[in-house]
Ligand binder design. Structure first.
Ligand code: DC
Length: 218
């Protein structure tokens, strides 16, 4: 007897690599629910700041993560600021915070029909059995330019050099931490979007997913 496997798609990679847009489009294409797991860490970081807490205080961040107010997740404008990204990256290194957010993410991944999740540790920790795993990347300069355009288009004042420094610092912190560091899973396919526009990047991502589905007889 064969049991059909749910289509779980794991999309990992550094900030502004295009992974979020690719994940959202894959979800639409395959009719799957999508979770941007970075929003969870961003909500925890902002939760600590809103409570007047200190991002260096692991226990305070863990307490916020344990009682995460999911209604915060709908405030996309605030969650996507540079401040929220920086706060997220700082609290994401605490093992207690990661443990507190684990079940929610694994429950999401375990939905009957499958799911698409994007983040840093989806293919390695959250859904190691995912059918398709992508690690989406691009040079720091390309990523900084993309993020800078996004933020300035909506009126946030930030210099390109500061954006690039932020990106490099976050990469180092996310890849260098002891708890679930950002790393390409052994069985993930690398997708470098440096020279690709979003259409070309999405086409490449869909081909990777189609190959993985065929491999799994899905
Ligand atoms: O993907 P993002 O830029 O929204 O993520 C913000 C921060 O959250 C990122 O710098 C590291 C952390 N993060 C993480 O540690 N693990 C995830 N699965 C997703 C995000």
């Amino acid at each position: 007897m064969t049991t059909s496997r749910a289509l779980i798609i794991a999309v990992d990679g550094p900030a502004a690599s295009g992974k979020g847009t690719i994940a959202a489009r894959l979800a639409r294409t395959y009719g799957l629910p999508h979770l941007d797991t970075g929003l969870l860490y961003r909500a925890v970081g902002l939760g600590v700041l809103d409570a007047g807490g200190d991002l260096d205080d692991a226990a305070a961040a863990e307490a916020v993560a344990r009682s995460l107010d999911v209604s915060l997740l709908s405030d996309e404008t605030r969650l996507t600021t540079g401040e929220a990204g920086e706060a997220a990256s700082r609290i994401a290194g605490y093992p207690g915070v990661r443990a507190a957010l684990l079940k929610l993410q694994q429950d999401f991944a375990g939905q009957a029909g499958g799911a698409v999740l994007d983040g840093r540790d989806i293919g390695t920790v959250i859904a190691p059995d995912a059918v398709a795993k992508l690690f989406v990347t691009a040079t720091p300069e390309t990523r900084a330019t993309r993020r800078w355009k996004q933020l300035t288009a909506r009126g946030d004042a930030i210099a390109y050099e500061d954006m690039l420094a932020d990106i490099v610092r976050r990469d180092e912190r996310d890849a260098g931490r002891g708890a679930a560091p950002m790393v390409q899973a052994e069985d993930a396919v690398l997708l470098d979007t440096t020279d690709l526009d979003i259409e070309a990047a999405f086409d490449a991502a869909r081909r990777i997913v189609e190959a993985a589905r065929a491999n799994h007889g899905l």
